[in-house]
Ligand binder design. Structure first.
Ligand SMILES: [Zn+2]
Length: 282
């Protein structure tokens, strides 16, 4: 843009030599910033206790919890506020915290909170980094058993334990760092933070993240005494809801729900190789 015309204010027009050295400096600066972005990304490597995978996360667990808490009001606002029923809220808390306290989630420091969103249109559930979990009334109303509710919440708890949100953010920061290196623009911190919150609220996890959360959800359900087959019931409800024009966002990254059900079945077979035992909560 600066160089569209030589008669413009291009710095190099009058002083060719000085312009060249400025360009050189700019290139060096860009290379330095790109290297720094890459370095920050790679140096944030750690092993996730739940998934056993190497992750690149630049946030501490505490920062992650704080970010989730800060973004929660925006998520609630975007979905019609909280559903006003203490009785239903208590029930969702009861099932959610039962899962947390009786499974692998118990040994972690995430600060879980479960919210029922007053959204009768969007069939969905979400998790923000650090432990903020949401389910819409549109999805809640379609559930038929407590086990299915445990399936939805277990899947969302899975996203938190696997730190999918923070992982996505680390990747975004890498992208941001590299973009800045290219543009060498001055960053405005507050605007960047607002954008980060916005990104977090609208974040869609990738297909692998979803499958991994299904898998962790199955383990959490089994450990807490719920029949993990109920997770398949949730998928069937979601598949049916997607039959019309509006596809549930839960499936936005999953063009093939049948395939997802197959993977859930193999996760169940891994947990219960001799078949699902009797007496689990359906
Ligand atoms: Zn998910």
């Amino acid at each position: 843009m600066y160089r569209r015309s030589n008669s413009g204010y291009g710095r190099s027009s009058g002083y060719p030599g000085r312009g060249r050295s400025l360009n050189k400096m700019r290139l060096l600066l860009a290379a330095g910033m790109a290297l720094f972005a890459l370095y920050s990304f790679w140096s944030s490597k750690e092993v996730n206790e739940v998934t056993g995978e190497e992750q690149y996360i630049s946030l501490t667990e505490d920062q992650e919890i704080q970010l989730g808490l800060q973004a929660a009001p925006q998520m609630i606002q975007q979905h019609g506020g909280l559903y006003q029923s203490q009785e239903l809220q208590d029930y969702i808390d009861e099932v959610g915290f039962y899962l947390v306290n009786n499974s692998l989630a118990r040994d972690t420091d995430w600060q879980f909170e479960f919210h029922l969103l007053n959204d009768p249109q969007t069939v969905n559930a979400f998790a923000l980094p650090g432990g903020q979990v949401f389910i819409t009334t549109a999805l809640y109303e379609q559930l038929e058993t407590e086990g299915q509710l445990a399936g939805v919440l277990g899947h969302e708890i899975g996203h938190v334990l696997a730190r999918h949100g923070a992982q996505r953010m680390a990747k975004q920061q890498l992208t941001q760092g590299l973009t800045q290196a290219v543009l060498i623009g001055a960053s405005t911190d507050s605007a960047q933070f607002a954008q980060m919150i916005g990104n977090m609220v609208n974040m869609k996890y990738g297909r692998d993240d979803e499958l991994q959360s299904d898998d962790i959800g199955v383990r959490i359900m089994a450990e807490s005494g719920y029949d993990p087959s109920a997770m398949i019931g949730v998928m069937e409800i979601l598949a049916e809801a997607s039959g019309g024009s509006g596809q549930p966002e839960f499936f936005s990254t999953h063009p093939n729900p049948d395939n997802r059900i197959q993977k859930i079945q193999s996760a169940i077979d891994r947990v219960f190789p001799d078949g699902v035992p009797e007496g689990l909560v359906p």
